[in-house]
Ligand binder design. Structure first.
Ligand SMILES: CC(C)(COP(=O)(O)OP(=O)(O)OC[C@H]1O[C@@H](n2cnc3c(N)ncnc32)[C@H](O)[C@@H]1OP(=O)(O)O)[C@@H](O)C(=O)NCCC(=O)NCCS
Length: 218
């Protein structure tokens, strides 16, 4: 994940002990008493990584609670994002004076069935993927890129984005993606300058697809 983001963004990836690490009181209250052990582990690893990313920025340890909509609440002056999936967890954080927003996502590298692909990909995206090299589940990359876009979009715009509200184009040679946001979502955005275009990076190995992107300050 480190290679997918610029140096102004601090990135922390969970190690084996982080899934059973400590939560701060303000974070503990965000976990339901009914949370299953796997949810506790994921949430904990995310918070441990978040604090490590804050430390890498030279900032003091501070809780990163969850808002009612589940988005992480970073300390004032910080933007960031968290992902966890199947034994992998990472968090990214940056100073809001340097980066407007950051998103990152990891997903299992697997084939998606036709129904899921239809939910994720626009027909023109599917058509574009058909010409890409074999050996990679490109729809899974599009899926992850769109979740990265949502994690970056929501903190600055505050509105929902459906999977069909972004059109993703992949450049496998460069390991980059671009996402164009649907004009209707831009017009409906309650902020003056919603991001119309997001550019990010991706990497794929046998197990995982990773994507990440930043919104620069305008
Ligand atoms: C929110 C969402 C993107 C999370 O992705 P995911 O693959 O399910 O899960 P990940 O492990 O990668 O990420 C989970 C983390 O996302 C973060 N998150 C949740 N809601 C968020 C939001 N509204 N804004 C920013 N980050 C959010 C949280 O930190 C969460 O971890 P935590 O609950 O332990 O704190 C996904 O559940 C979702 O709702 N997707 C639909 C919206 C979307 O992606 N649209 C595509 C637009 S192009």
């Amino acid at each position: 994940m480190r290679d997918l983001l610029p140096p102004a963004v601090a990135v922390a990836v969970a190690g084996p002990d982080d899934w059973a690490g400590d939560l701060l009181p303000a974070e503990l209250t965000c976990l339901s008493d009914r949370a299953v052990p796997s949810r506790r582990r994921d949430f904990t690893a995310g918070r441990v990584c978040a604090r490590r990313a804050l430390a890498a920025l030279g900032l003091p340890a501070a809780p990163v609670p969850a808002a009612p909509d589940r988005s992480p609440v970073w300390p004032a002056g910080v933007v960031g994002a968290i992902t966890h999936t199947h034994g992998y967890c990472a968090a990214a954080a940056a100073r809001s004076g340097e980066i407007r927003s950051v998103g990152l996502d990891a997903e299992r590298h697997r084939e998606l069935n036709a129904g899921v692909r239809r939910m994720i990909c626009l027909p023109e995206e599917e058509a574009g993927l058909a010409g890409l090299p074999t050996g990679v589940s490109w729809p899974a990359v599009v899926f992850s890129a769109k979740e990265t876009v949502y994690k970056l979009w929501h903190p600055v715009v505050g509105t929902w984005l459906d999977f069909h509200d972004a059109r993703v184009t992949l450049d496998p040679d460069a390991g980059t993606f671009t996402a164009r946001i649907a004009p209707a979502r831009l017009h409906a955005a309650p902020v003056a300058d919603p991001p119309a275009l997001v550019t990010g990076r991706f990497s794929v190995d046998a197990d995982l697809v990773r994507t990440a992107a930043v919104l620069p300050l305008s």
